[in-house]
Structure formats: C-alpha cells, structure tokens
Design a protein around this ligand. Structure first.
Ligand code: ATP
Length: 348
C-alpha cells in the first residue's frame, strides 16, 4: 500500500526561524489525511517538503517504502509520483480540459493517453467535457478537472493545498464531497491542507493538527473531537466548555454535577473537564444539575448557541441547542449534561 511516512522533518527559512521542528506524520495507504493548523504554522511548508519543492533540513519522507527525501537523498518533484491539486487557478487556461488532464501523461502512448483521459473525466463526472476550455467551467468543475489531472498518472500520493478555498460556501460542501468520493474510488493516498476545522473533520479519514512545527495530535475525526490531546487542540477543533473538576475513578465532579470521563491522564486527580456545547442541555429546573441566567442567544438556523452564567461559576458557558428557542437574555434556566468528558491538565 502507498503509505506516507514523514519522520523527524525539520525546516527553517533562516537562522532562528524553525517552521517544522522534527515533525512526524504517517498516512495509511488509501486514506485521506487532513493537515490542519492555524495560519503560518507550516502546513504549506510541509506540503512543499513532501512534494520535493523544498529540501528539508533534517528527516525523511517515504512513500510505499521508497525514500523520496532523507540524508543525501532528494528526489526531484517529477520523480516522486505525487499529484498536486493547488488552491486556485489550477488549470492551464490555454489548454482544453482533455489536454489539461493529459498534461502529466507525456510518456504514455497516444491511444492509452486518450483512454486514460476519458477514464479520469468519467471518474470526476465530467465525461463529454474534454473539448471545453477552463473558462467554460464552473469553479467546482475546474477543481474536479484539476483532481483528474493530478490522478491521471496514477500517483502514489495526491496533495491538495486548500483546494476549496476559492469556492463560495454553498459550492464548497458539494465539491468537497465529490472530491472525497473520487479519491475513495481511485484508492489514492491523499493529504489535504486546510485551516478549516469543519472541512478537515467532515472530509478526512484522519486529521493531523499542527502546532509549533510538530503534529500535536493525529487521529480519526471523531476521536480528535471527542478525545483531544490537550485543551489547545480541543479549542482548535471545535467549541469547548472547560470546567474545573476533581476525578475519582471514571467520574469527574464539577459545578454541573458528576460527569463520566472517557479519558484522563493517568494519576490526574484535578484538572479541566472538557465538554462540547451540544452535551449541555437546557432543562426544567426539576431535572437540572445546575441553574443559571441566560446572557446571550445566537440563532444559526439549525441550532442556537446560548450563553449562560451558571450560578457559582465566574465564566459564562456556551450551550448548543437545536432550532429556535424560547429562551431570552435575563431568563433563568436549568442545565443538564449528557455524554462523557475528558480530563486535562491545566495548561501552565
Ligand atoms: P497559511 O495557512 O496562512 O497558508 P501555513 O500554515 O501554510 O499558512 P507556511 O506557508 O508553511 O504556513 O509558512 C510557515 C511560516 O514560514 C510562516 O511564518 C511564513 O511566514 C514562513 N515562510 C513561508 N515561506 C517562506 C519563505 N520562502 N521564506 C521565509 N519564510 C517563509
């Protein structure tokens, strides 16, 4: 299988500016991994090191057991068997769709090339579009052609650099789902760079969160969201509610009552209990484990975020409740918690 293995990769652009600092990342063959992190954390640098456009200062990159970069080894990009889907303006504007897709097939004999282009256009749902020019396509169709072009030479790995950022939000979700389906159908191993948490969680098989030049956590989306490694990762991948709590066996005692723990560092007795806002529920005071006063209500259509000052707690907390609500700022409400929490050390 075409596993990608990045080990101990370091890269700086000058003295004292380490961007990647001994980064390790493994992507299982056939999987789509998202590399997620705040702006400037080194996502594009990592992609460029894997692609071969940048030489790492240290570390190795292997795909399918073949070393592409390492001590004394630096294969040029064209010998790495890596397909790239860039951000925007991805297609050659003066070439037809078919010639764009055929671009990386120069060594393929003509008949086989035509067949491969037709297969790729079929894969991305654009059969019959071969003679169109890029300007005759929608933004989403252009990205699908870019994907077809990247997949045509049967790469070991496909790198996607914020491929949906130029699309408007309505189209983004659809194109994302299409790209994911095409990658799955092709069986390609892929790395998607994004700073969009929702995109990473909804599209990838695994999400690697970058911080300070390293992978802070790499896990399946559900695991990352439900069992984040630390409070920073927890807040980075979604809305978080932190309460101080004391743990005994698998239960934490907090101001919102006793909450079962799904994960806690060994030996930790006191710390931050993490809940997601959708685990908190507005309820009748008779079934509530805490009470509070509503300070704000934000309506998002599918749900509302209610900010509440809980009796006895200094900081307000957020509760995500479905649909429109009857509650208003100033109103009194009861709160109940469902599900499990994680316990974390208080950051220094
Ligand atoms: P974004 O999400 O904003 O695209 P990123 O995570 O992709 O950011 P990189 O583009 O990898 O981040 O940049 C990481 C850091 O390296 C930034 O501080 C950036 O200013 C710096 N950097 C990037 N390219 C160069 C370069 N060619 N020379 C010097 N510094 C650079």
């Amino acid at each position: 299988m075409n596993d990608l293995q990045v080990s101990g990769v370091a890269k700086s652009y000058g003295p004292g500016t380490a961007v990647l600092d001994g980064l390790d990342l493994t992507v299982q063959g056939g999987h789509l991994a998202a590399v997620l992190g705040p702006s400037g954390c080194g996502k594009t640098t990592l992609l460029r090191v894997i692609a071969g456009f940048l030489r790492a200062d240290q570390g190795t990159v292997t795909i399918a057991g073949r070393t592409l970069a390492g001590p004394g080894i630096h294969l040029p990009p064209e010998r790495r068997r890596i397909g790239i889907v860039p951000q925007e303006g991805a297609l050659f504007p003066h070439l037809s769709v078919a010639r764009n897709v055929a671009f990386g097939l120069t060594r393929t004999e003509r008949g086989a090339r035509t067949k491969r282009v037709a297969e790729m256009l079929d894969l991305v749902g654009l059969s019959g579009y071969g003679n169109r020019m890029p300007f005759e396509l929608s933004g989403g169709q252009q990205q699908r052609v870019a994907l077809a072009r990247a997949l045509a030479p049967e790469p070991h790995l496909v790198l996607l650099d914020e491929p949906f950022s130029a699309l408007d939000s309505g189209l983004r979700g659809t194109v994302r789902a299409e790209v994911r389906a095409v990658l799955q159908a092709s069986g390609a191993t892929a790395v998607l760079v994004t700073h969009d948490q929702q995109e990473a969680l909804s599209t990838a098989d695994a999400v690697a969160v970058l911080r300070d030049g390293r992978v802070a956590q790499c896990a399946a989306p559900e695991e990352l969201y439900q069992r984040p490694a630390d409070p920073w990762v927890a807040s980075f991948v979604g809305d978080a509610v932190f309460l101080t709590g004391t743990a005994e066996k698998n239960t934490a005692t907090t101001i919102l009552g006793r909450i079962p723990l799904v994960a806690a560092p060994a030996g930790l007795r006191e710390g931050l209990v993490l809940l997601r806002p959708e685990q908190l529920h507005l309820t009748d005071p008779t079934t509530a484990t805490a009470e509070g006063t509503v300070t704000d209500v934000c309506f998002f259509g599918h749900d509302s975020m209610v900010t509440v000052t809980v009796d006895g707690l200094d900081q307000p907390i957020d509760i995500r409740a479905p649909g429109p609500l009857q509650v208003r700022p100033g109103g009194r409400i009861g709160i109940r918690v469902t599900g499990e929490a994680t316990l974390h050390e208080v950051p220094a």
